[in-house]
Ligand binder design. Structure first.
Ligand SMILES: Nc1ncnc2c1ncn2[C@@H]1O[C@H](COP(=O)(O)OP(=O)(O)O)[C@@H](O)[C@H]1O
Ligand SMILES: [Mg+2]
Length: 374
């Protein structure tokens, strides 16, 4: 890991070009909060700092789970949840800052993704909750949140947003190359030889596997892919799962966490269901790969799904292209999404684009995010 370049921040005519930024991600897996520090000028990344992941206690996770999938037209009913979510993020920021040996005044901005409760881009609705003003006040650092609204208001899907960051990281790589983030939903960024990008959600990530395992065993995930690896893929069920119009749809496109109906696996053994859902995640990526302009030289995987060997083996089988965790390039696959929101927060402060016609379908490159000062 690169060391934090404190004291070497680049300045031009007294104006700081690089900023120290923290990104906060709480994804649809509902596993907890990831927080990471980077130093960036909003273009390249000059240093990677610490990261921490703090799991949600089961009670709060369940509270969030109950709220998923409903379009909360009236957020006043869930104010107490939003406040708790925000204060949990504040605690994570404080822990990260102190573990990095920093003080709040050394951090320029915090990118606060918030929790997606509902995502319906066809109807121009995407809802991430989290109180940016309360977070800024509690941590004493400027906060950028609400990254997705401007995109959906301007014809975009509102997702995925990490591609701008993937493209920045891909500068040093042989291209075309693909990033695959396997969170609750999975999304890819394909970076062309000239640095252009195509990005979209590929299909399910971990959420269906997590839900299946939770329903049958009460566990939070298929740890190490052990259930999937001891089961058999039910090919008929897999074919039914893949027979969904989403996979043929041209990109840009994005998905809600619960877009897929898992009826085909109901009735399978726990192991076979886990194997089949894991194969579904992997095979959906192969469907997505068929839509790409050219085959990537390799796939670099980030997000929790890369810890599941069944999913990784499935990717290698269905893609027939090298598939590696992003660690092979020296990056931290558990921090990458959080780092992306640190990067996007700096871009937002500088009025730079967060999304593009090729990534979200926005009508033109768009900035976004809302700034809150302490
Ligand atoms: N050791 C592991 N074995 C199997 N699956 C894992 C492991 N670690 C993490 N995961 C999966 O990754 C998920 C968390 O991934 P994450 O990238 O944080 O997703 P999100 O962005 O949706 O929160 C977990 O819910 C689980 O499904
Ligand atoms: Mg997570």
């Amino acid at each position: 890991m690169l060391w934090f370049l404190m004291g070497e921040r680049r300045c031009k005519n007294g104006v700081e070009l690089t900023m120290i930024a923290i990104g906060l991600m709480s994804g649809t897996s509902l596993d907890g909060i990831d927080a990471a520090i980077i130093e960036t000028d909003g273009d390249g990344v000059s240093a990677f700092g610490k990261k921490i992941s703090v799991p949600y206690p089961e009670g709060f996770r369940e509270t969030l789970r109950q709220l998923l999938g409903h379009n909360p037209t009236d957020l006043s009913n869930i104010q107490s949840v939003i406040e708790e979510l925000t204060l949990r993020h504040a605690d994570v920021v404080k822990e990260l800052i102190s573990s990095a040996g920093l003080t709040p005044d050394q951090v320029d901005v915090v990118g606060f993704h918030g929790q997606t409760l509902f995502h319906d881009p066809d109807n121009a609705i995407t809802c991430q909750v989290g109180d940016g003003a309360l977070l800024a006040k509690t941590i004493g650092i400027p906060v950028v949140n609400d990254f997705r609204s401007n995109d959906v208001l301007n014809g975009g899907e509102g997702a995925p947003l990490a591609p701008a960051y993937h493209v920045a990281l891909a500068r040093t790589l042989e291209r075309p190359v693909a990033f695959l983030n396997i969170g609750g939903v999975a999304n890819l960024t394909w970076v062309s030889p000239d640095g252009g990008a195509v990005a979209f959600d590929t299909g399910p990530g971990n959420a269906l596997i997590d839900d299946w395992v939770k329903r049958h065993t009460g566990a939070l995930m298929d740890e190490g892919g052990s259930l999937a690896r001891s089961g058999q893929v039910d090919e008929a069920a897999l074919a039914l799962l893949l027979d969904h119009p989403y996979f043929q749809r041209p990109y840009p496109k994005s998905l809600d966490r619960d877009a897929f109906d898992v009826t085909p696996v109901i009735g399978l053994s726990i192991e076979d269901g886990a194997a089949t859902l894991s194969a579904f995640t992997s095979a959906a990526v192969a469907e997505a790969a068929r839509l790409l302009p050219a085959k990537p030289l390799k796939w670099l995987v980030c997000g929790g799904g890369r810890h599941n060997p069944a999913t990784m083996a499935g990717l290698r089988k269905y893609l027939a292209t090298p598939v590696e965790p992003v660690e092979v390039e020296g990056w931290d696959g558990d921090a990458l999404e959080a780092q992306a929101f640190a990067y996007l927060a700096v871009r937002s402060l500088k009025g730079l684009a967060l999304s593009y016609p090729q990534t979200t379908g926005a009508r033109h490159p768009l900035t976004g995010g809302v700034r809150h000062d302490p």
